[in-house]
Design a protein around this ligand. Structure first.
Ligand code: GLN
Length: 484
């Protein structure tokens, strides 16, 4: 049996074969069986989930219909769902429970979605592998000895392992796309501003976006349709053009579509296995009439340095609010200064501390101009590279990662090596562009993802191209070999 798409789940409810309550209970059963191996979930509140499912059943019985009505969703643990945890994968959050819904959650719940669970993640969304959670690493469903990718590790694994057909993650520099590639599912980083961040824990505010994760591009579009739209509670949010065409998304015609292949992304360092899979995938698009055109994004070589200077600077500022005073864990040592410093010392893991220190250094007097300000200037050059390329091509295709999912523990000793795992995903975040991850095939039985990038606010078009690719292929419908 292939992976179940949103419409497969919906069909079960609409024919009356299943109620949302029984579907939700089935999800808990599957999760309980698989969690000892995968560790994708940090928190469940079954009473709350079942109450939402029963409310959806009532609506279904009254004849109400909707693509997410009664359907379970999994949410990364840095997005507020009232009454559920908001750990950010960190001990410093203590046993804090969210007291309000993020806007994206409110919109999905209004559509009848059932909040099933909060997902594991790299601490404060810092990481590329899913190993930097204070609650232990998440494992890749395709090979339990390998990482699922991060930082939205649990959200992606939840979809890959079939806990739920839709999950929400966040993407600051690749955090939904990289794990989607490693786990064989689809994920979208929308154009910066398309999804509200009200109620989402800030990591690096000029880069953070919420990103949906699902089996197919069509399902991502369905989720996006319900969540997009300006939110007065987030001043960076904006309207998505053509949003009315997300529901019932149509595949884009491929004939004459100009696909740019940036030479900097297909050079040395790309493993032969990944390269082979991507060549076949791109060849398939070309055989339908798409034109493959070489393009250049010359400032790509500065991407990792630029991203990590901006990211750590913003992290050091955003994480100052975790001080034991307002919420979360608190060390009760005598005196305000010692309470704050020991709370932070005990609460943050090593990667969070590393970034706070690096960022505080970048922003300090005398270094600000040399590091942070310079990085902002290079960021503009990176964005201009894309603008120039899009004069010639409709979309850009790149790998998501130089290799398939790597073994657990193989990069944790070297922070720099971990940072380099993001080499193909940070530029789109720096340039504020939409980027879509779609499964493209397999190398040594491990998934390989293809990344499609579009001009600003072309999210709908990008999903239409993703849907066209998925009409030609069935990689997204393959399921990992999990025995239960
Ligand atoms: N791996 C990148 C980082 O650690 C991206 C994280 C993210 O997108 N949240 O910063």
């Amino acid at each position: 049996m292939g992976a179940m798409t949103l419409s497969d789940w919906q069909a079960k409810l609409e024919t009356g074969d299943l109620t949302s309550a029984s579907l939700t209970e089935g999800c808990f059963t599957r999760m309980n069986a698989l969690e000892p191996s995968l560790n994708a979930i940090l928190h469940v509140n079954q009473a709350l989930s079942l109450a939402a499912a029963e409310a959806a059943d009532l609506r279904l019985r009254r004849g109400d219909r909707g693509p997410l009505l009664g359907i379970p969703i999994v949410v990364k643990d840095n997005i507020n769902v009232t009454g559920m945890s908001l750990s950010q994968g960190s001990k410093i959050s203590g046993d804090f429970r969210a007291t309000y819904h993020a806007t994206v959650i409110q919109r999905l719940l209004d559509a009848g979605a059932v909040p099933l669970a909060k997902a594991n993640m790299d601490e404060f969304a810092m990481g590329s592998s899913g190993e930097y959670s204070a609650f232990g690493p998440t494992r890749n469903p395709w090979d339990l000895d390998r990482v699922p990718g991060g930082s939205s590790s649990g959200a992606v694994v939840a979809v890959s392992a079939g806990y739920a057909p839709l999950a929400l993650g966040t993407d600051t520099g690749g955090s939904v796309r990289l794990p989607a590639g490693f786990c064989g599912v689809s994920a979208l980083r929308p154009t910066y501003g398309v999804l509200s961040r009200y109620g989402v824990t800030a990591m690096a505010s000029s880069l953070d976006q919420v990103g949906p994760v699902a089996v197919s591009a069509k399902d991502l579009a369905t989720g996006l349709a319900l969540m997009a739209g300006r939110d007065p509670l987030d001043s960076t949010s904006l309207e998505l053009p053509r949003a009315d065409q997300l529901t019932g998304l149509r595949a884009a015609p491929l004939k004459g579509l100009r696909i740019g292949l940036p030479k900097e992304y297909f050079g040395e360092g790309l493993s032969a296995g990944v390269r082979g899979v991507l060549e076949t995938a791109l060849g398939r698009l070309a055989s339908e009439g798409a034109e493959l055109v070489e393009v250049s994004l010359p400032h790509t070589r500065f991407a990792i340095d630029t991203y990590y200077l901006i990211n750590t600077s913003e992290v050091s500022s955003n994480l100052s609010r975790f001080d034991g005073v307002r919420y979360g864990a608190r060390n009760t040592s005598e005196g305000l200064h010692s309470m704050i410093s020991s709370t932070r010392d005990e609460g943050f893991g090593p990667e969070a501390k590393r970034r706070i220190l690096l960022g505080a250094f970048c922003l300090s007097k005398g270094y600000y101009e040399a590091f942070y300000l310079k990085a902002l200037k290079v960021r503009t050059l990176i964005a201009q590279d894309f603008q120039k390329a899009f004069k010639n091509v409709d979309i850009i295709a790149t790998p998501l990662s130089p290799t398939t999912a790597f073994p657990i523990g193989s990069k944790t000793a070297s922070p720099l090596e971990m940072y380099l795992a993001d080499v193909f995903t940070v530029t789109m975040a720096l340039a504020a562009l939409p980027a879509l991850a779609v499964p493209a095939g397999f190398s040594d039985s491990l998934p390989v993802g293809l990344q499609l990038v579009g001009p600003s606010l072309s999210d709908v078009r990008l999903l239409e191209v993703g849907a066209a690719f998925q009409e030609l292929t069935d990689h997204h419908l393959r399921q990992p070999p999990l025995d239960i």
